[in-house]
Design a protein around this ligand. Structure first.
Ligand code: PEP
Ligand code: MG
Length: 540
């Protein structure tokens, strides 16, 4: 028996034979061309054909895995039109007088290397996308069929890495699991695996060898472990674990459509946290009642310049529309501390967690803040958007925010832009200062949402990023729980509601405490919605 370990992308147990992904790989040759204009035209025609193929794939993905995941093929179509990408290809053809296949291949290598070298995990994941798009172009240019692997029975798909179009074109009924040598947990393949509820393990490295093709294996997606040619004992243990898992999942599935209500009839809202438009599919699939935290800073982190009002508006509008009237709480930009963005040009700080971040940036760089607020208010016409503000420590901040909101609304009114006048606005309770003045803050806002990640960091004076302090860290510290209780009492005294959107909301050991405090909403990772519903329904 051979045991390999990697990184789990999605839990569950799969048992079956390994099929190594086979590609119709094309050897790209560098050929001299005499007529570069004709070659550029050949490239343009291939680009148009590739775009049509991607549109077809988009339609297929829309049916199979939903709108949020199908989006990747829209993004691929945009990549095909990307000016830098197209210019690079045309430049190589004309300046080196070479064939289009070679120019596309070289550009793909350069762009993929550039994405891989970026610090941001999301951007690293884009390397696979640029390769995928380029591969398609080369196939069209070479007049070759794309080599999509056909499976005649359910198999564990092994690969060096899988690009999104390969994942989506596989016959899903025949895929037991994905296991890959490389890949990032932010790649769309990983996201698709999660959406398809397929156990997946990535980052197995060179130890995952082609010679394992056809061998019997067990994928333990819970632990991120693969057993190849398992012995009888391991098989027995894993079969039992698989049965248990399936039973758990079946029970959770049965909870879809049910209320989040305790045995004594106390109701609580269970919402989900997202960082991206592409997470909305998982929110709906897991039957969350709304979005309790949309970390909008991801729009800024994924961009290499300030996202425009129009770009932001489109995303907020789409999230609101996809959620079809369910509440979507969007948090304004929370940049700084652990979330750094180069183009903000923020100075290096001794103590970034206690530094220039979140609302402190928004209130001093009003142009950035107003752009986001305009996009949010414009999108409010398309669903049930609420806005919340991070890192609040004072009443004066809340008043300053209200003044900016008024300015933005006035501008929109003057421009005759439609928006909802009365959307809910709330604040995050994530500093001890906010807790201590929560009785005053509650008078000024519509709701509170407790950010337990930061609240714990600031209450315990433990840097949330510092792994060395783990032995001092107590997620259930009585001081933190007392803070949450105090904020809840302040909110309710003013007739306002309070939610929790930090990681603690998903801590099932605390669910009963939160219910006892009268917390009105818990917002958790989409995959935690049903386990939390189960815990609530078991509570008295
Ligand atoms: C928190 O601090 O608990 C929170 C939800 O915000 P973030 O983790 O994005 O800082
Ligand atoms: Mg926070």
């Amino acid at each position: 028996m051979i045991t390999l370990s990697g990184k789990s992308v999605f839990g569950g147990i799969a048992i079956g034979k390994i099929a190594f992904y086979k590609r119709n790989e094309i050897q790209i040759k560098r050929n001299h061309v005499d007529n570069v204009e004709k070659e550029v035209k050949r490239f343009e025609a291939a680009k148009a054909e590739a775009k049509e193929q991607l549109q077809e794939l988009y339609k297929k993905a829309l049916e199979d895995v939903g709108e949020a995941n199908a989006m990747i093929f829209e993004i691929h179509q945009m990549m095909l039109e990307d000016l830098d990408y197209v210019e690079s290809i045309i430049n190589i053809i004309t300046s080196q007088e070479v064939n289009a296949e070679y120019a596309v291949g070289t550009t793909a290598d350069n762009f993929a290397a550039m994405f891989s070298a970026m610090d941001d995990a999301y951007m690293q994941g884009r390397a696979a996308d640029v390769k995928d798009v380029s591969e398609r172009l080369i196939q069209v240019l070479s007049d070759r069929e794309s080599g999509i692997m056909k499976l005649d029975r359910p198999m564990i798909i092994a690969a060096d890495d899988l690009v999104p179009s390969e994942t989506v074109q596989l016959d899903k009924d025949k895929v037991l699991s994905f296991i890959t040598m490389y890949g990032s947990s932010n790649s769309h393949t990983a996201i698709l695996a999660r959406t398809m509820n397929i156990p997946a393990v990535i980052g197995l490295g060179e130890k995952l060898k082609k010679e394992y093709d056809g061998k019997l294996a067990i994928v333990d997606g819970l632990e991120g472990v693969i057993y190849i040619e398992p012995d009888a004992k391991t098989m027995e243990v894993m079969q039992a674990k698989q049965k248990e898992e399936l039973e758990k999942r079946r029970l959770l599935e049965e909870l879809k459509g049910k209320d989040n209500v305790t045995k004594s009839g106390q109701n609580i809202n269970v919402y989900a946290n997202i960082g991206n438009l592409s997470d909305v599919g998982a929110v709906l699939k897991n039957d969350a009642g709304g979005i309790g935290l949309f970390r909008s800073e991801f729009l800024y982190l994924e961009s290499d310049t300030f996202p425009t009002e129009e770009e932001q508006f489109k995303v907020y509008k789409q999230v609101a529309e996809n959620m079809a009237g369910k509440k979507v709480i969007i948090r304004t930009l929370d940049i700084g501390a652990d979330k750094q963005v180069d183009y903000f040009g923020l100075a290096k700080e001794e103590n970034p967690a206690l530094g220039y971040r979140a609302i402190r940036i928004c209130l001093t760089r009003k142009d950035i803040f107003k752009t986001q607020l305009r996009a949010l208010y414009r999108a409010s016409a398309y669903g049930q958007i609420a806005i919340m503000f991070p890192m609040i420590i004072s009443m004066s901040e809340v008043r300053a925010i209200q003044a900016v909101i008024e300015e933005v609304k006035q501008e929109l009114r003057e421009e005759s832009v439609v928006f909802k006048e009365d959307i809910e606005t709330g604040i995050m309770i994530e500093t001890p200062a906010a807790v201590m003045i929560s009785h005053e803050l509650a008078k000024e806002v519509d709701f509170f949402s407790v950010g337990t990640n930061d609240l714990t960091q600031y209450t315990l004076a433990i840097d949330r990023q510092n792994q060395k302090l783990e032995s001092f860290y107590d997620a259930h510290h009585p001081a933190v729980l007392a803070m949450i209780r105090m904020a809840a009492e302040s909110a309710h005294a003013e007739g306002k509601w309070i939610g929790i959107c930090g990681e603690l909301a998903a801590d099932l050991e605390l669910t009963e405490d939160f219910l006892a405090m009268g917390i009105d909403e818990l917002s958790v990772a989409p995959s935690m919605v049903l386990p939390l519903r189960q815990r609530i329904r078991e509570s008295i």
